[in-house]
Design a protein around this ligand. Structure first.
Ligand SMILES: Cc1cc2nc3c(=O)[nH]c(=O)nc-3n(C[C@H](O)[C@H](O)[C@H](O)COP(=O)(O)O)c2cc1C
Length: 189
């Protein structure tokens, strides 16, 4: 059976982003679970703030088309998000909004399977950000988002020097989500 292709990215492009640490760890674990993994940064897909007039004039930016094609080339997606004011950051929402506006017969949101995780220095681990991201993907875009998810609390202390999670329970939850992501992505091959 061919390896399932999984795309991984974080909802932050900040240097040293905690969500990027979670994305990097997820990419590493997925590779160990024998998936073909692409770890990307949204920094490579810069987009203006969504504006209907801009869209009417020029259509979605080329970066949105490229990212949509990248999504469509993968069966599974793992998104690691920070939490901003109990929701997802504007970078992630804006990116998803633009990608959703690309008119293309292949809908990567409906075709793919998504797993999500969050990082936060708070006690909730970005849980409210996860709920918001799930709402956007599931209710907004009709995506299949796995029930298994991970919320990493006190995230600036959560990763060791090797980038692994110090807390065994969080590590297990991440592994469970990634294992299911691979199973679901393979089911689709
Ligand atoms: C505008 C703004 C709102 C934030 N709101 C929350 C919040 O609701 N909950 C939370 O846990 N952290 C919140 N934070 C803190 C971020 O989670 C923290 O800066 C985090 O490190 C950003 O993610 P990153 O490390 O992946 O870049 C907020 C930060 C900003 C800039």
């Amino acid at each position: 059976m061919p390896q399932p292709r999984i795309l991984v990215f974080a909802g932050s492009i900040r240097t040293g982003a905690l969500s990027a640490k979670l994305a990097a760890l997820a990419a590493k674990e997925l590779s160990l679970l024998d998936a073909e993994v692409s770890l990307i940064s949204l920094a490579d897909y810069p987009m203006p703030v969504y504006d209907g007039d801009l869209e009417a004039r020029e259509g979605p930016p080329e970066t949105a088309r490229k990212l949509r094609a990248r999504l469509a080339a993968h069966r599974g997606v793992f998104i690691a998000t920070p939490e901003y004011n109990a929701s997802i950051p504007p970078l992630l929402k804006n990116t998803i909004d633009w990608v959703s506006r690309v008119r293309d017969p292949v809908d990567p949101f409906k075709e793919g399977v998504f797993a999500i995780g969050a990082t936060s220095n708070g006690r909730l681990g970005g849980y409210r950000g996860l709920i918001a991201l799930r709402q956007v993907l599931e209710l907004g875009l009709g995506a299949l988002v796995l029930p298994e998810q991970v919320a990493i609390q006190e995230a600036s202390q959560a990763f060791d020097e090797a980038g692994s999670l110090r807390d065994e329970r969080s590590a297990k939850l991440l592994r469970a989500a990634l294992t299911r992501l691979i199973v679901m992505a393979e089911a689709d091959l």
